[in-house]
Write a protein that binds this ligand. Structure first.
Ligand code: BGC
Length: 439
């Protein structure tokens, strides 16, 4: 792929090189209290299926439309980010951010097995180019929960053949986009199938789920259908780990030279009571992935709350503690603990690649960010190598089975008109980003 295709001019290409070389690979020098190391990444994140709209070739689109369904509503046009990315990226840059984390969509890039769409790859190339034009460091996730429906019909991550297919998808995408990528991750929260069963409100009622998956298999003309968020972990875990390593190797084969890691869903797990299964939870949910991250360039920490782990599962929220609109405890201090744990275990640089809160009350979001960043500061003070903070999410978007009700965005979206409204929290975090400091 010629670097100047997809509207990327020489200036943008050179900027791409300088962002890629701007200290991402080396430990940033320590900073004075209240400030952050030079080159610290300040971003907001999205994921393709949650914002682009009309991701019709994906497994999740099928699950949204079968009957019965566990989806509160279909994703539909989402935030129409597929067409509006230019304005969204400009808006983010104008607020003071220097990083945009987004995902590329396998179901668009390979809509039929073996048929790769150059037009869709060019779309993502234009997105990368737009980040560069606006001086945003593009952080690219290659897989964020969704896959092509043809692959779900083959058994998705439960089928070992998916490892090769993922490696091929990464190779094709990295070849087309690599010269513009500044930092990449193979898989978003591949440990989520192992984590969800610990959380009482996410434990599925097996019966309904079996019906839904039968209906989905019928819809795609197969006797199978599998989707990451709902799969039994015994069948998918090994394939996901192998896929991470193969994907990483594909990205390393160039073009471009950028750090590659993996993003983990991590809560601050606290042992409740003498027979707490906390350590067992840590061993099974994070253990294999911390080992995989240790062989990668960095670990992406994604934290929303704490969990008190009892002698069976996570306990329900402690009475008297504020809840977010996801029903999680309002616990911004969780981030400091997960950064510490991830760094101590994996011993690689940490990027916070997701942290945020579902709330209609934006002043709670500001308070959440303020306290979460105080935790990041504590980590930096202790010389923990934290290199960036990326908030979830840039936009109010499609929160999977819960639909559009939970509002995680720094920017509100009117779903009729697609009008964007910047929330005070976006200005608050944008100012911190601009100053690279708390006050
Ligand atoms: C996921 C996002 C999701 C967010 C908020 C993370 O688990 O990566 O896709 O929207 O949490 O629940």
């Amino acid at each position: 792929m010629h670097p100047f295709s997809a509207g990327l001019n020489r200036r943008q290409f050179l900027a791409a090189g300088s962002i890629a070389a701007s200290g991402l690979a080396t430990k940033p020098a320590a900073a004075a209290p209240g400030t952050f190391p030079k080159g610290f990444l300040w971003g907001a994140a999205t994921a393709a299926h949650q914002v682009e709209g009309n991701n019709i070739n994906s497994d999740v689109w099928v699950l949204e439309h079968v009957k019965p369904t566990m989806y509160a509503e279909p994703s539909g046009d989402a935030c129409d980010h597929y067409h509006r990315y230019r304005d969204d990226i400009r808006l983010l840059a104008g607020l003071g951010f220097n990083t945009y984390r987004f995902s590329i969509e396998w179901a668009r890039i390979e809509p039929e097995k073996g048929l790769f769409s150059n037009a869709e790859l060019e779309h993502y190339r234009r997105m990368l180019g737009t980040c560069r034009e606006n001086n945003l460091t593009p952080m690219v996730t290659f897989y964020h929960f969704t896959m092509p429906r043809w692959l779900a019909a083959m058994g998705g991550w439960e089928n070992a053949a998916t490892v090769d297919l993922f490696a091929r998808y990464c190779e094709r995408s990295a070849k087309h986009l690599g010269d513009l990528i500044a930092i990449a991750s193979t898989l978003n929260e591949p440990n989520i199938p192992a984590l969800l069963p610990w959380i009482p409100q996410f434990r599925s009622s097996g019966g309904d789920q079996a019906e839904i998956f039968k209906a989905a298999a019928r819809a795609v003309g197969s006797d199978k259908f599998a989707s990451l968020l709902f799969g039994p972990t015994e069948k998918s875990a090994g394939n996901l780990i192998a896929a991470h390593h193969r994907g990483l190797a594909a990205m390393k084969s160039g073009p471009g030279k950028y750090p590659v890691g993996v993003n983990l869903a991590m809560s601050d797990d606290q042992a409740a009571g003498p027979d707490s299964r906390r350590d067992e939870k840590r061993r099974t949910v994070y253990g294999p992935w911390l080992a995989a991250a240790a062989k990668s360039d960095y670990i992406g920490v994604q934290t929303y709350t704490r969990a008190r782990v009892g002698n069976e599962l996570d306990l329900p929220p402690e009475p008297g503690i504020d809840l977010t609109d996801m029903g999680y405890e309002f616990w911004p201090e969780a981030l400091e603990q997960t950064i510490r744990y991830a760094h101590e275990q994996a011993k690689v640089p940490v990027y916070v690649t997701e942290n945020g809160i579902a709330t209609e009350n934006d002043s709670r979001r500001i308070e959440y960010i303020r306290r979460a960043l105080a935790g990041v500061q504590n980590c930096l003070r202790d010389s923990i190598d934290v290199r960036g903070y990326v908030h979830w999410s840039m936009l109010d978007n499609f929160e999977w089975i819960f639909g559009y009700r939970p509002k995680f965005g720094l920017i509100a979206v009117n779903r009729e008109t697609q009008e964007r409204t910047v929330k005070p929290s976006a200005r608050y975090l944008g100012e911190i980003a601009r100053r690279n400091g708390l006050s």
